[in-house]
Design a protein around this ligand. Structure first.
Ligand SMILES: Cc1cc2nc3c(=O)[nH]c(=O)nc-3n(C[C@H](O)[C@H](O)[C@H](O)COP(=O)(O)OP(=O)(O)OC[C@H]3O[C@@H](n4cnc5c(N)ncnc54)[C@H](O)[C@@H]3O)c2cc1C
Length: 495
């Protein structure tokens, strides 16, 4: 008899969903192996904003998830618009240029609502309206961005803590400092256990099935350089330092099939003042996502993208990359008092650099070419739109005329002092390349057959995201495929 029914590698959202689902589906002995020490546990999930993008037919469907929302935010159920499966699919197709794996996308979207409800009702994960992430205050009403309405209570910190609490309640053992460094091959040519490097040295643990939920390669500069190319080898990491691509490397060496965009990654504009790895206390508060309401200049003093292409949640995942590719891998975000009230709350983790005129502001910022920067702002203001009709909650069509690149929405002139600036660089969040999984979350081999005993979920699943990503999909994908992987692993362990 193997030591465990199911071993889950990793201790983030996907791994916990898998472990809980395996337990729920009859696996009595479930082990979670977490490479990080206890004080650093929980992977990127801990650092996340906890935002959960789900498809729901009617606003009332949200009531079981956030029954008290109306008490906290008056008019909540009136103001939120439904986000149907077709809306989610349209967003996913749009932001990935149609390159999402259609089978995986259907599984994600079809199961998104029920899986999050399962997390709330069965795993006891509390949720709340995602006010500071996806909501914009217009007058005294909140305007919600479609689909991104709910988050885990207390964001990723709360989500992770509740998953660990749930594991404890279910009697799921968690071993910390336990890095999986190899697989134990079984007589079927499949995976019958893992090799672990723990505090006490190397050892093997056998299992009926193994689920990999151990993240991408975002914290590994060599793999970033290899697969993403320059300048990703020196990007700041927005989350855990422990996602070094171990599970992906082991799976590929074992014959797993690579899938999805191995040159792709999620990255966001973050403060350039942030350290190379995020800190556990400030988690995701490095984000600088309100650029649609301002202007971004690179060190040469030039605009380099359409800041107003879409709402931040639909462009942020590619805008980090765009900034990283600029000279010095940084940019300045500049706002005036017309829009400063719309900056998301996370900007408070930096002190704004402020001046009464745009020229004075440029003089105190670090630019290689200040004259060019001043000229860019003059050109922008000359081409900006009439401010009537400005609406920060939707694409308002206020565009510049005659610039390259144009700003296609929210193009108000910068004319209301004081003017403020925040630094930005591109921080890497997670990588898109992964392994191919079946509809049951089995890891597929390069022979297009499932590798017996091996399942994967979370960031390790390749194929869903390409080039860009709709905000709030990572955690839901982790939960959906984690739940499926746990169920499949439980069944495999009982076969
Ligand atoms: C700052 C930030 C904000 C984010 N905000 C959101 C958000 O609001 N909404 C959203 O949907 N997504 C968000 N994301 C993305 C989201 O966090 C990830 O998609 C999700 O957490 C991935 O879950 P996971 O379980 O696959 O991986 P993780 O949560 O990263 O877990 C991986 C686990 O594997 C462990 N591990 C790694 N290697 C080994 C090994 N060899 N042996 C054993 N264990 C190992 C790690 O220590 C970790 O516990 C954010 C990410 C970051 C960094």
């Amino acid at each position: 008899m193997p030591d465990f029914d199911v071993i889950v590698v990793g201790a983030g959202n996907a791994a916990h969903a898998a472990a809980f689902s395996a337990h729920e589906n009859g696996a009595k002995r479930v082990l979670i192996l977490e490479k990080a020490p206890e004080e650093d546990r929980g992977g990127n999930t801990h650092y996340s904003g906890g935002l959960l993008r789900i498809a729901f037919e009617e606003t009332e469907d949200l009531r079981p998830l956030v029954p008290d929302a109306e008490e906290e935010i008056s008019g909540f159920f009136e103001d939120v618009e439904p986000y149907k499966k077709t809306d989610f699919m349209a967003d996913l197709m749009r932001v990935t240029d149609g390159k999402t794996d259609q089978n995986l996308a259907n599984i994600l979207i079809d199961n998104s609502y029920e899986t999050i409800k399962w997390m709330k009702e069965k795993a006891g994960i509390p949720m709340e309206p995602a006010t500071s992430l996806a909501a914009i205050k217009v007058g005294n009403r909140i305007k919600w961005q479609k689909g991104a309405i709910i988050r885990a209570e207390h964001e990723g910190v709360g989500l992770s803590a509740h998953w660990f609490k749930n594991a404890q309640k279910c009697g799921i053992e968690v071993r910390y400092g336990a890095a999986v460094v190899g697989f134990v091959e079984d007589s079927r040519g499949g995976v019958g256990g893992v090799k672990v490097r723990g505090p006490e040295g190397l050892y093997e643990v056998s299992a009926g099935a193994v689920v990999l939920g151990c993240g991408g390669f975002e914290a590994n500069p060599m793999m970033r350089g290899q697969y993403l190319g320059a300048p990703w080898d020196h990007a700041k990491v927005r989350g855990t330092a422990y996602n070094q691509g171990d599970g992906l490397r082991l799976a590929l060496e074992f014959g797993a099939q690579p899938w999805g965009q191995w040159t792709g990654r999620h990255s966001t504009p973050i403060s350039n003042e942030w350290p190379d790895f995020a800190d556990r206390e400030r988690t995701d508060k490095s984000n600088r996502l309100s650029y649609p309401y301002g202007v971004m200049l690179n060190r040469k003093g030039k605009r380099f993208l359409d800041e107003g292409e879409d709402l931040g949640l639909y462009t942020y995942a590619k805008t980090g990359a765009a900034i990283l590719e600029e000279p010095g891998a940084m940019a300045w975000q500049i706002f005036d008092q017309q829009t400063v009230e719309h900056l998301e709350g996370r900007y408070v983790t930096s002190d704004p650099i402020q001046a009464d005129t745009l020229d004075d502001l440029i003089d105190i910022l670090d630019f290689d070419d200040r004259d060019a920067a001043k000229q860019s702002l003059r050109d922008y203001n000359a081409a900006a739109a009439d401010p009537g009709g400005f609406d920060p909650s939707r694409k308002d069509g206020l565009k510049t005329s005659g610039l390259n690149p144009e700003k296609t929405n929210w193009a108000l002139p910068l004319n209301k002092p004081p003017f403020v600036a925040y630094s930005a660089t591109g921080g890497i969040t997670f990588t898109f390349g992964g392994v191919k999984v079946s509809e049951s979350a089995e890891v597929m081999g390069v022979d297009w057959r499932p590798i017996p005993g091996l399942f994967a979920c979370g960031e390790m699943v390749g194929g869903l995201f390409h080039g860009n990503y709709p905000g709030g999909s990572g955690l839901v994908s982790g939960a959906v495929f984690g739940k499926i992987a746990g169920e499949s692993a439980a069944a495999a362990s009982q076969a």
